[in-house]
Design a protein around this ligand. Sequence first.
Ligand code: PAF
Length: 279
Amino acid sequence: MILFKKTAELIEYLTIQRKKGLKTGFVPTMGALHNGHISLIDDSKKQNDLTICSIFVNPTQFNDPADFKKYPKTIENDVYLLEKEGCDIIFLPPVEEIYPPGTSTIHYELGVLETVLEGKFRPGHFQGVCQVVHRLLDIVKPDKLYLGQKDYQQCMVIRKLIALTNTPTQPIICATQREASGLAMSSRNMRLSDNERKTATAIYETLQAIQKDIQPGNLQKLKEKAALTLTAKGFTVDYVEIADATTLELIDNWNGSTPLVTLAAAFLNNVRLIDNIIL
Ligand code: PAF
């Protein structure tokens, strides 16, 4: 495994590999790696000649500075896991390699994706995600980009970014990896106590209840019941929603045929957790 910290050196290396005809798969991360990330590495390894993983805790996507400060950092273990999994290249840039002095900010037209759900509760977050992913795609120029479905809205945003910027990269969305309890794997789970980890499974259970109970017609009561269940278990709920799975427009009345996704975001103490199920 080769570790790069300098953008110019990674670009030079990858240019040579591409000239040899090698296909590249890219897994962007913010570190604190878990089996969800590792499964993305595995998928990339199966489908490409070279797999590149970046670890960069992107300051511009944290709307809450406290969340940025508390974001778990486990770099030694991350490098160990990537080496063990057979990842070919790690990119570990310092901030100035991603945002050199004079970097200008582009505004990405994300439409409804930026005004609902995560977009509404984390203002500016998706502009920051687009800024860093645009930059990383420009550096790595991968054939395929691997993303986890746990961040459903982020996957849609990045697909839109790829279309807006005419980037010749194919996004591959991989299924959410879960603990045996059903809890969606997330770097933020590291900040949960053992008891909180048990309580946290309620998010997935609540979404599963929606999946089981949903009927065509008005969905308001179903959503309210789900949010109340989480509140009763000690969560502070940002949202429990049902949306059009292809546009992410919120659905209050379901015609029985529009494909749906149900999504939730809630705090357990000060740890914010998200999850979703395609219905
Ligand atoms: O999902 C993440 O870990 C981050 O949002 C990403 C895509 C690596 C961009 O910083």
